[in-house]
Design a protein around this ligand. Structure first.
Ligand SMILES: [Zn+2]
Length: 183
């Protein structure tokens, strides 16, 4: 799938999911109708006028580097056949940077520094926005949390385990790391 095809499929899936989960007004319970203006991607309540827009859940993902190696981990409940990067949803009241530091602390028991924005990708499972950063190891001893993450380690490019397939921003970050460590 090309990037453009992925984006289109992602968008359709997100809108469908959003319509299915916004059939009734969250304020008064009335059946919602599509907004009369088709460019207003919204559902409108004919009784109280409440307008619902598609909700997007921000999630962060980080590639953490240490001495030419990166942190990869194996998750217990999804993509278990691949090793991937630390990722998780942003909580209310958190900045993206707070969320990354918390996720890495919770899942890997380490602290990171020098967060740098890498890019973002809509991730319609069902309606997330992956926001990717590079980070550097700062302190602590790597230790998987044992529940969400069952294994973790620092991997050099010549010793990578099975990594996510092309198409995800996780893979784009790993490929960018490989390219930069080649130079
Ligand atoms: Zn209403």
């Amino acid at each position: 799938m090309t990037d453009a095809e992925f984006r289109q499929a992602a968008n359709e899936r997100e809108v469908t999911h959003w319509r299915e989960t916004n059939r009734f007004c969250g304020r008064c319970g009335e059946v919602m109708t599509a907004h009369p203006d088709p460019v207003e991607h919204a559902m409108l309540c004919p009784r109280c006028g409440f307008t619902a827009y598609p909700g997007i859940s921000p999630a962060v993902i980080a590639l953490v580097e240490k001495d030419g190696k990166i942190l990869l981990q194996r998750n217990s409940h999804y993509h278990a056949q691949h090793w991937s990067l630390v990722a998780g949803f942003v909580d209310t009241g958190e900045s993206l940077e707070d969320a990354i530091r918390r996720e890495i602390r919770e899942e890997a028991s380490i602290e990171v520094k020098n967060l740098r924005y890498f890019g973002s990708q809509p991730w319609p499972f069902p309606s997330a926005m992956m926001i990717a950063f590079r980070a550097e190891y700062a302190s602590g001893e790597l230790k998987p949390d044992g529940t969400e993450v069952i294994e973790s380690g620092w991997f050099a490019p010549d010793a990578f385990p099975s990594i996510p397939p092309p198409g995800s921003i996780a893979r784009r970050m790993i490929d960018a790391f490989l390219k930069s460590s080649d130079e």
